[in-house]
Design a protein. Structure first.
Length: 68
């Protein structure tokens, strides 16, 4: 799932004031694992998409059985 979060870093200084709603840190897309029992935040390079849902590697492995 994708949530848009305010990731403000309080970077405003007297010579460079806050850009408000134009700041790229105000509305940052953050991916979370769609498994209800997990919900872990996913780094951009570790997102696995199945049927338009996003999963972490661990939950993805749990969804598919490995035969040995």
């Amino acid at each position: 799932m994708v949530k848009y979060e305010n990731r403000c870093t309080d970077c405003a200084v007297p010579g460079y004031p806050c850009r408000g709603s134009h700041c790229p840190n105000r509305n940052v897309p953050v991916h979370y694992c769609d498994n209800p029992s997990c919900g872990m935040e996913l780094p951009d390079d570790e997102i696995y998409e199945v049927d338009d849902k996003h999963y972490c590697e661990w939950c993805l492995k749990e969804m598919f059985l490995k035969r040995g």
